[in-house]
Design a binder for this molecule. Structure first.
Ligand code: KG4
Ligand code: ZN
Length: 351
């Protein structure tokens, strides 16, 4: 099963070719420098950039891998959640290929693809618990099969990565700040009592990180008011009060994610495996805690390779292979689903 994957949900245009469990090619162009000028993603610019890059990237991919489009068995595209204009570019490209080559089209849930991509390097078994922690999402899922995801919890406000980025900005780290805060944290000593673990006094599996973010900012204003107002460059991290602050903040975020993950596992004792995905899955404190948690429970925590934690088309192509092999496809009137709208369960299946 040779599947072309297309990712254009936000500010990265990606195309990849995956044959079953093997990645044949992966091309990606990021618009991060364009949007950095405006301090955030500008949707109209994002769509235009996708449109400018998607055709040439396809040509590069085909040439690099020595593949002829006629060899494709299916085309998978990130269907959402994302920016509507950006999704439409990838969707139109995917539909034209599916129609022109007379092959099945698959609209892949971008969030599910983040979790499934670990299957490239580890054996996934079901049911599993999925923890998706990125700049835009903090979700818990019960995953019964590659096409059955039940959302158990989500963030009510800021995502975990967003909290890292906003606090990072306060201490002079360029967006996105999570990675550098992690490096600073590794040089510091955490005070577990500095911040309360937010939104635990309830019996649900949702998260809320905006209060923690605010108390971290208030702590900084009170205790480290003289932070230099310049961007901290990679390599300038050193031990000291700022590193200690980062260690305490990272620990508070990681503890909170761990406690709700544990709560989800207690409620679903049949689940022995945890799949973690999204940019924050690269966080060293979180990784260690989740690995220890699963070890204690006699289970296993699975993380994707760091290069596949952030947005990419390999995850879309790989999910496409799995779904197509199970006989699933979408009709050509498939619609992209922007952020905030539920993605319908409308795959068709060949009999
Ligand atoms: O999955 P991703 O690309 O996000 C979205 O598509 O939304 O992940 C990006 C997020 C950013 O918020 C970034 O700060 C965070 O992941 N991140 C980290 C680390 N590496 C990336 N956060 C904490 N620790 C890290 N090591
Ligand atoms: Zn993503």
């Amino acid at each position: 099963m040779l599947c072309l994957g297309i990712e254009s949900s936000c500010d990265e245009t990606g195309l990849a070719l995956v044959r079953d469990g093997t990645v044949l090619g992966n091309v990606l162009t990021s618009q991060v420098n364009i949007h950095a000028l405006f301090g955030g993603v500008v949707p109209e610019l994002a769509s235009r950039e996708h449109l400018r890059h998607i055709g040439p990237l396809f040509d590069v991919l085909v040439k690099q891998t020595g593949t002829s489009p006629a060899e494709l068995d299916c085309v998978a595209v990130a269907r959402g959640p994302g920016l509507l204009g950006s999704l439409l570019v990838g969707m139109a490209f995917a539909k034209s290929l599916a129609l022109g080559l007379d092959i099945p089209l698959l609209g892949v849930n971008h969030l599910h693809a983040h979790l499934l991509v670990s299957g490239l390097t580890a054996e996934l078994r079901y049911p599993s618990l999925g923890l998706l922690v990125s700049g835009g999402h903090t979700n818990l899922y019960r995953i019964s099969s590659p096409w059955q995801f039940e959302q158990l919890g989500r963030t009510l406000d800021d995502a975990a990565g967003e909290a890292f980025d906003k606090v990072g900005k306060e201490i002079g780290i360029a967006y996105p700040g999570g990675r550098m805060m992690d490096r600073l944290a590794s040089l510091g000593k955490a005070d577990p009592a500095l911040f309360t673990r937010p939104y635990l006094d309830n019996d649900n599996l949702d998260f809320s990180f905006s209060g923690l973010k605010t108390s971290a900012v208030q702590w900084l204003n009170k205790n480290l008011p003289d932070l230099p107002k310049r961007i901290l460059e990679p390599g300038q991290e050193k031990p000291g009060p700022l590193a200690d602050f980062c260690a305490s903040f990272s620990l508070a975020v990681a503890d909170t994610l761990c406690i709700k993950t544990q709560r989800a596992l207690d409620r679903h004792p049949e689940i022995k495996r945890l799949i973690v995905a999204g940019g924050v899955a690269a966080n060293s404190v979180l990784r260690e805690k989740l690995e220890r948690l699963m070890e204690k429970r006699g289970g296993q925590a699975i993380f994707p390779p760091p290069v596949l934690c952030t947005d990419n088309a390999v995850m879309i192509a790989y999910a496409g292979c799995i779904l197509a092999r199970a006989g699933y496809y979408h009709a050509l009137d498939l619609e992209p689903i922007p952020r905030g709208r539920k993605i319908p369960d409308d795959m068709l299946q060949k009999v």
